[in-house]
Design a protein around this ligand. Structure first.
Ligand SMILES: NC(=O)c1ccc[n+]([C@@H]2O[C@H](COP(=O)([O-])OP(=O)(O)OC[C@H]3O[C@@H](n4cnc5c(N)ncnc54)[C@H](O)[C@@H]3O)[C@@H](O)[C@H]2O)c1
Length: 434
């Protein structure tokens, strides 16, 4: 279902009218395309507090020029050295004069340090960066995003810096992401990082899953598109186009995990749990027949197939698991007690399994939490609620399946080994669950 309001506000009369009426002014976002793979402009590198991060050479490798005339496409503020309230004034001093200059659809990226449990002054100042980032995200406008990345090692964070400073993160705003200091190997080719790897996408026949399959194939992966037998034709057509294979399987069926293991005799590198269903109704009106399938598809089968693929060793060392949560699982949503429960369960799974899977199997476990994404699932929402869902975020528009797919591809990246246990919302900084 096309966003006609967004198209209207892109015209001169639309801009005039919506400004006069004080209505939301969504900006057309600049997304990745092969013709436009990078942000259009230079990056401005600023610091607050004393830093020894060694960011400059890593920033240089992102390909964004560090000097230039005109508006910067991105501003990176290294605030890892902010340790007390006084040094917070350096955050203000650095960004106040330049924030107006950041180009439309540009990036503000604040770099912070992990909170120090032995120093409450440092912890207070570093936590302050979260409130700062989220507030700036809500006021900056013009399709610009603001995120906070907590890191201790710039080299380990390179894949994350590249993602956040590219058009691929157009709909990711107001997020706090933490990367570790694990040693990571740079891919031979940053444009095809998944070359030689196999990825399985559940629910891959359509919607977000199909976009994920396309994006992972673009990045070089051999993709296995799994979907229910009823969607086999769509799954097969997509797989053929991408040079992959289709697997017709209901993931809630008995022995589904073993069937997947059997279908992957050469092993797996990337496991994307995307299949999901809704059966909305308020709890008072919700019979068990509407509760059980949602918990089964969205959570039970995710746990079972994860266990089967890890325990059998099918998911290789260096493997990646990306599960799909939802902002409904973080903020709650009326009529979605079943769905909210299942998606919150994904968050629990990620938090618990991430450190253990890394230690035992060398596998990372993360989740994407989409907000309002334009798919068949959201096209079925009644008009007024759909329109509210689209506008109630800092970018005043819905996201596209490609936005979730790009975030997934970053988490699936071989150089993202230092990104683990993260729940990354792809929601344009939704006002729900913010
Ligand atoms: N669209 C949104 O705004 C949004 C928001 C938050 C989260 N999500 C989540 O993103 C994921 C994809 O959503 P979408 O909007 O693309 O949905 P969709 O309904 O368009 O696609 C879901 C796919 O999963 C498949 N599927 C369902 N049950 C299955 C099963 N038992 N076995 C195998 N495949 C199964 C379906 O056949 C379908 O192809 C879901 O997990 C959903 O909960 C979507």
């Amino acid at each position: 279902m096309a966003d006609r309001y967004l198209s209207f506000t892109g015209t001169a009369p639309g801009r005039f009218l919506t400004r006069r009426l004080g209505l939301p002014q969504p900006a057309e976002l600049t997304r990745w395309s092969s013709r436009r793979p990078a942000l259009d402009g230079h990056v401005l590198h600023l610091t607050a507090g004393k830093t020894d991060l060694g960011l400059a050479p890593v920033l240089a490798r992102t390909g964004l020029p560090q000097d230039g005339t005109g508006r910067p496409a991105a501003v990176v503020l290294d605030a890892t050295g902010v340790r007390d309230v006084d040094s917070l004034s350096e955050v203000h001093a650095a960004l106040h004069p330049v924030v107006r200059e950041v180009a439309a659809s540009g990036r503000v990226l604040v770099l912070g340090a992990p909170l120090d449990p032995a120093d409450h002054h440092q912890a207070a100042a570093q936590q302050a960066l979260e409130g700062f980032t989220r507030s700036l995200g809500k006021e900056i406008g013009r399709g610009r995003t603001v995120n906070l990345l907590r890191l201790t090692d710039a080299v380990a964070a390179e894949s994350t810096l590249r993602f956040l400073l590219s058009p691929k993160s157009a709909y990711v705003s107001g997020q706090v992401i933490e990367t570790g200091d694990q040693e990571v190997a740079a891919p031979e080719d940053w444009d095809r990082p998944l070359a030689g790897r196999t990825a399985l996408v559940t629910g891959g026949a359509r919607g977000i899953g199909a976009a994920v399959a396309e994006t992972l194939a673009r990045d070089g992966a051999r993709v296995v598109v799994l979907d229910v037998p009823g969607a086999e034709d769509e799954a097969r057509a997509l797989a053929e186009r991408l040079g992959g294979t289709a697997l017709a399987l209901d993931i809630t069926a008995a022995g589904a995990g073993e069937r997947i293991v059997a279908a992957l005799p050469d092993g797996l590198d990337v496991l994307i749990h995307n299949a999901g269903v809704t059966r909305d109704r308020r709890l008072v009106n919700m019979p068990a027949e509407r509760w059980d399938p949602v918990l089964e598809v969205n959570l039970g089968s995710v746990l079972r197939t994860t266990d089967a693929l890890l325990e059998s060793g099918t998911l290789r060392r260096g493997g990646r698991i990306v599960a799909t949560a939802s902002i409904a699982g973080l903020a709650g949503n009326a009529g979605q007690t079943n769905y909210g429960a299942s998606k919150a369960g994904i968050v629990g799974l990620v938090r618990s399994l991430a450190p253990r899977a890394a230690a035992a199997h060398g596998v990372t476990v993360n989740a994407v939490a989409p907000g309002f994404i334009e798919t068949r699932m959201t096209a079925a929402i009644p008009l007024l609620i759909r329109e509210a869902g689209r506008r109630m975020n800092s970018l005043a528009q819905g996201g596209l399946p490609a936005d979730v797919a790009e975030t997934t591809a970053w988490l699936a990246h071989p150089a993202s080994g230092a990104v683990n246990g993260q729940i990354v919302r792809v929601c344009g900084q939704s006002l729900l669950g913010a």
